[in-house]
Write a protein that binds this ligand. Structure first.
Ligand code: ADP
Ligand code: MG
Length: 463
């Protein structure tokens, strides 16, 4: 039950006293473990009118609290400070103290400290810094190169800087860390980060709204262009062509280009040779899966950031069992935290084992549009590029529709993104494909069998 302290409202002046009062109320409403994990690390900073400003250890912390304890916090602060009072917060990351979006609907508001005087957004996530990027053998060259260009964008021979490697190994983190560092050194630089998917979607929209020139000029005006997952330009000839011209303009003007991809330039089959050869002008650096020591160091660092108290043995157990993906290491910690906190159990070996097992099971079904297309094409014996062409041949149409349907069923991709990955088709084409496969499964048992067989294959291959 919440205790009301309305009679005391006027006496409080110090943020510390007020927060202590809030903590008393909160303590009576959550388990001790939840209290210790999520509320004790919050530091009161100042009181501004009806707004109590506090500091949280990380962005993740805030998201968690907002999701799970929003009602409790808003009730508590209303009880202690009065009905139109609010809690505002800042994140305790040196790099993350800058401009923030204020969410009006939430009782907990993130504080806007300073607003950037820019007419565009860099789309950089301030969470990604060099400071919190753990150095290891696998990322040494990539990290050193990213640091070098951050000090001197466009002025080194690492132009473009091309970072490649498998999923969840830190490519996005590293290229954004470079962007953040460049802006830290020189806030006037025009730095923009985006994925090649976003680039494509925006390009298609600019065609539809007759704004290709504006689109192209915007990117040509950048000092630093950072494009993530460039492999998604495969099969999108028009976008590649435009990107080629933007690349040339920027490169000639000595502007820095930073790219990431899942493969080295040479292996990006289906990407224009003019592009892949330019990608090799600068430096290509790979990121390899981290060694055990690096994995342990990463886990220790993240556990600390999340305010978690976990024994070294458990961290080592996790690091020994989750071996080739840092995102999964992180996911494991978050799952541990969630389980322990919501079910009020301790973080012990038993729980760690259970979560590690769950992650291994999840991994099995993570499939991509690209892989689905490959499997469908090889099963139906159709060349993969046909599926992205305009061909309306019956067997190609079937393969295309099947691949679209399975992509919708088995991946988290949006209709728009699926459409784009099939030669830039519209989302309505994807809807139509899904409907027509579903209808024919109802009518025709052999279609149902076909879908089932291909699904099984996909699951086998991706396990
Ligand atoms: P990718 O883009 O290669 O798929 P990300 O950059 O998204 O991978 O990394 C996945 C997660 O792992 C991110 O949360 C990132 O912060 C974290 N991460 C990756 N490499 C490191 C590292 N060397 N040190 C600390 N965190 C890392
Ligand atoms: Mg990435």
């Amino acid at each position: 039950m919440l205790n009301a302290h309305s009679s005391n409202k006027q006496i409080y002046s110090e943020p510390t006293i007020i927060w202590k009062e809030c903590l008393k109320v909160i303590k009576g409403n959550v388990t001790l473990m939840t209290y210790n994990t999520w509320f004790l690390p919050i530091k009161p900073l100042e009181l501004n009118g009806n707004t109590l400003k506090v500091q949280l250890p990380s962005q993740f912390f805030w998201e968690w609290i907002d999701e799970h304890f929003n009602t409790l916090i808003s009730k508590t602060i209303h009880d202690v400070l009065g009905s139109d009072s609010k809690l505002a917060y800042i994140i305790n990351e040196e790099s993350d103290s800058g401009s923030h979006f204020i969410s009006k609907s939430s009782p907990i508001n993130k504080v806007t400290e300073k607003t950037k005087q820019k007419n565009f957004e860099s789309h950089l996530n301030l969470r990604y810094t060099f400071e919190n990027f753990i150095k290891g053998e696998g990322n040494q060259l990539a990290r050193a190169a990213a640091l070098a260009i951050s000090d001197n964008p466009g002025g080194t021979s690492f132009n473009p800087l091309f970072i490649y490697g498998g999923v969840g190994l830190g490519k996005t983190h590293l290229i954004q860390a470079a962007g953040n560092k460049i802006l830290e050194i020189n806030p006037d630089k025009k730095v923009i980060y985006l994925s090649s998917d976003t680039f494509t979607v925006d390009f298609v929209e600019s065609i539809q709204s007759n704004k290709i020139n504006e689109f192209s000029n915007f990117y040509r005006g950048m000092d630093v262009l950072i494009i993530d997952d460039i492999q998604f330009l495969i099969g999108k000839e028009k976008t590649q062509d435009l990107f080629f011209h933007i690349f040339n303009t920027l490169h000639q003007a000595g502007k820095q280009i930073i790219l990431s991809s899942d493969k080295p330039p040479k292996e990006l089959k289906g990407l224009d040779d003019r592009l892949t050869s330019r990608f090799q002008w600068g430096l290509s650096a790979d990121i390899q899966p981290p060694e055990l020591e690096t994995r342990i160091a990463i886990l220790k660092r993240k556990a600390n950031d999340y305010g978690m108290n976990i024994s070294s043995e458990i961290l080592e157990y996790i690091a020994s069992n989750i071996t080739n993906n840092i995102r999964e290491l992180e996911g494991c910690l978050i799952k541990l935290l969630a389980n322990a906190s919501l079910n009020s159990v301790a973080i012990d070996f038993e729980l760690a084992k259970k979560i590690v097992r769950e992650i291994a099971t999840d991994r099995k079904v993570s499939v991509t549009v690209e892989n689905i297309t490959k499997i469908v094409c090889s099963y139906l014996n159709i060349a993969e590029n046909k599926i992205r062409d305009k061909t309306r041949k019956k067997e190609v149409v079937l393969a295309r529709q099947l691949a679209m349907y399975l992509s919708k069923e088995l991946t988290k991709s949006s209709l728009k993104s699926i459409g784009l990955q099939f030669g830039g088709r519209d989302h309505s084409t994807v809807i139509h494909a899904c409907n027509s496969i579903e209808e024919s499964m109802v009518r025709d048992p052999s279609m149902k069998d076909l879908v089932k067989t291909i699904k099984t294959q996909i699951e086998l291959v991706s396990s």
